[in-house]
Design a protein around this ligand. Structure first.
Ligand SMILES: O=C(O)c1cc(=O)[nH]c(=O)n1[C@@H]1O[C@H](COP(=O)(O)O)[C@@H](O)[C@H]1O
Length: 275
């Protein structure tokens, strides 16, 4: 984030986008799309986030392609967040954690997205394995889609919102890192489109002590101004995430790369202004 600006570019090869690059929506077309992204973004941005769904849709050959994308980014020295949004009971979560974060996985990613709606504590195997292997997780807290609020703003018996429970869980897990002045390995997903929800729900994102992945920049309407409104003082922890808006600059590699760099510079300027 310091070197390139706090931007994560998503690799989301969905049909219209692939076709808008003049490519067929086939495994070969998606491979060309994704490897062009690796060439354009590797070494140029803070982080890249492949969306697993767009690879899984092609079955095992799509998953093999996803692994090649991950290894291409690793060779370029670029951090990856695999967007898989896993979440299950503890025993199953242990297997998911090993599948994506295990130390013997040659294709392991730097972080994954996880879903806390079976209870924050059900994520324990992934939280612990990420910490043990020097990786991270991003836990959904306030998602960018309008339907998220009906679950995430709901309050439990103690009066705390579901999102508040997630923030409290992450803060506890990041406590040791926070005391030593580092960001912890448990990040949160808070959409760039959630308006005043952080304030309305009384969430303390600054003391949470981990990175904040903010999807929804660009195609879903999130802007630098909305990031300022959503995050306020927590802005220095924010890793803004954009997929379609940057990707629509393709397929020309220099143009695509410049679109990512430009958005990265905008995000850096936003944080500098807020400081
Ligand atoms: O975890 C995510 O990245 C995520 C969480 C969320 O709340 N909203 C959200 O849009 N995302 C993902 O971020 C990407 C957004 O893509 P664009 O809207 O094209 O920038 C998609 O891959 C979504 O699955």
């Amino acid at each position: 984030m310091d070197a390139h600006g706090p931007l994560c570019v998503g690799i989301d090869p969905h049909q219209q986008l692939v076709e808008s690059w003049g490519l067929p929506y086939t495994l070969a077309g998606v491979e060309r799309f994704a490897m062009t992204c690796v060439e354009a973004f590797g070494g140029q941005v803070a982080c890249v986030k492949p969306q697993s769904a767009f690879f899984e849709v092609f079955g095992s050959r799509g998953v093999a392609l996803l692994e090649r994308v991950q290894s291409g980014l690793r060779q370029a020295g670029t951090l990856t967040i695999l967007d898989v949004k896993r979440g299950d009971i503890g025993s199953t979560m242990t297997a998911y954690a090993e599948a994506f974060l295990g130390k013997d996985r040659s294709d392991a990613v730097d972080a994954i997205t996880v879903s806390p709606y079976l209870g924050y504590g059900s994520l324990r195997p992934a939280l612990d394995l990420a910490a043990a292997t020097g990786r991270g997780v991003f836990v959904l807290a306030l998602t960018s889609n309008p339907e998220g609020a009906s679950v995430q703003h709901a309050r439990g018996a103690g009066g705390r919102s579901v999102a508040g429970e997630v923030v409290a869980g992450a803060a506890a897990d990041n406590a040791a890192a926070r005391e030593s002045g580092r960001l912890g390995s448990v990040g949160l997903v808070v959409g760039a489109t959630v308006g005043t929800a952080v304030r309305d729900l009384g969430l303390d994102l600054t003391s949470m002590g981990g990175p904040l992945l903010a999807p929804g920049v660009g195609a879903q309407g999130g802007t630098a101004e909305s990031l300022r409104q959503v995050f306020g003082e927590a802005l220095p922890q924010v890793l803004a995430s954009s997929s379609r808006e940057v990707l629509s600059a393709g397929p020309d590699v220099p143009v695509l790369r410049e679109a990512a760099r430009r958005t990265g510079r905008q995000m850096r300027a936003l944080v500098a202004l807020s400081g």
